[in-house]
Design a protein around this ligand. Structure first.
Ligand code: FO1
Length: 308
């Protein structure tokens, strides 16, 4: 068996890297994918876990890659029917197959299963090639402070399309949540931080108690989700400003500086940013960070394997 590595994931931005490692690096490494849970929410009585599901679908080869969430080729009959009943409430388009995942999850959750046992069960039934572990079994939820009040991340991002000015972020429940055992022991192995939105996808995982300290001794490698000021996907820019850091790769390095050893930056990155990250004692390596084709995934998997 290969070297054990821990991969910290968000959703869409991380899914290509998760599938790159799963498809092309598993001769050399045995990856464990830790999924963010702070975007989980209750929808029509169902427990929806977008990032957990996005990574599970990616590792099972059924992710809708175009959108970066949901199941490829899914239908949306349930949403059409629900919209007939109350259109204004149906801003979250959960596909029909996705609905089955969430129905089953909710049923098991209500029967007393932990989120990690449920995830293990669902991911193995869907044929995921590697283990997916929720960052915690407890409830941690991201709320964005706006002039209209504190909005759950899904309301801020999906319902309001990220149009309200973000004034701050809080992770409700994080102080009392217990990190998963795999996350707690991650410091013993190399750790990869996928190019995810730090504020919504990585901080709620690494700020779980004792995690950041545990990561200090690990070889932690992150891939920047930014090229210049432009994030790969999602609301990273505004949310980073709202917590007082620059919305670029240097801001990412600052947020991870407690434990980060290496950061992969795109070749197009500003040399000044690269130099200032090196000055922080973090090794900045320039490469091609965009991963689209299978060829790109293979190259990225080889590059990462050589760093682990
Ligand atoms: N994102 C959207 O922008 N619109 C949607 O209707 C939507 C539905 C959806 C259903 C299931 C799922 O797992 C994810 C879904 N997402 C949708 C993506 C998602 O909620 C966000 O991109 C992430 O949670 C942000 O971390």
């Amino acid at each position: 068996l290969g070297k054990k590595v821990t991969v910290l994931c968000g959703g869409s931005g991380s899914s290509k890297f998760a599938s790159a490692i799963s498809s092309y690096a598993t001769d050399a490494v045995e990856p464990k994918f830790i999924a963010n849970v702070a975007d989980n929410f209750w929808w029509n009585g169902l427990l929806v876990c977008p990032d957990v599901d996005i990574i599970t679908y990616a590792l099972s080869g059924i992710l809708e890659k175009e959108k970066g969430w949901g199941v490829h080729g899914d239908s949306f009959v349930n949403i059409e029917s629900l919209s007939v009943l109350r259109k204004s409430e149906e801003w979250f388009s959960l596909g029909d197959r996705d609905l089955a995942t969430c129905l089953k999850r909710t049923q098991l959750y209500k029967a007393g299963w932990s989120l990690s046992s449920i995830t293990q069960d669902i991911s193995s039934k869907l044929g995921a090639k590697n283990t997916v572990v929720p960052a915690t079994d407890d409830f941690v939820q991201t709320f964005v402070r706006t002039q209209e009040g504190d909005l759950h991340l899904q309301e801020y991002w999906v319902k309001n399309r990220g149009q309200l000015k973000a004034l701050g972020v809080k992770y409700q429940g994080i102080e009392s949540a217990t990190p998963s055992e795999q996350l707690m022991n991650a410091g013993d192995q190399p750790v990869l931080v996928c190019p995810a939105n730090p504020v919504t996808s990585i901080l709620p995982t690494v700020q779980l108690k004792r995690v950041s300290d545990g990561l200090k001794k690990a070889k932690v490698i992150a891939i920047s989700p930014f090229v210049g000021e432009k994030p790969f996907s999602g609301p990273a820019g505004d949310l980073m400003h709202s917590i007082g850091v620059e919305a670029n790769s240097r801001g990412v390095a600052v947020l991870y500086s407690n434990f980060l050893k290496i950061i992969l930056l795109d070749n197009a990155e500003d040399p000044e940013v690269t130099n200032s990250i090196n000055d922080m004692g973090i090794e900045a390596i320039r490469t091609v960070t965009r991963v689209q084709s299978e060829e790109d995934k293979k190259r990225m998997a080889e590059e990462l394997t050589s760093l682990f």
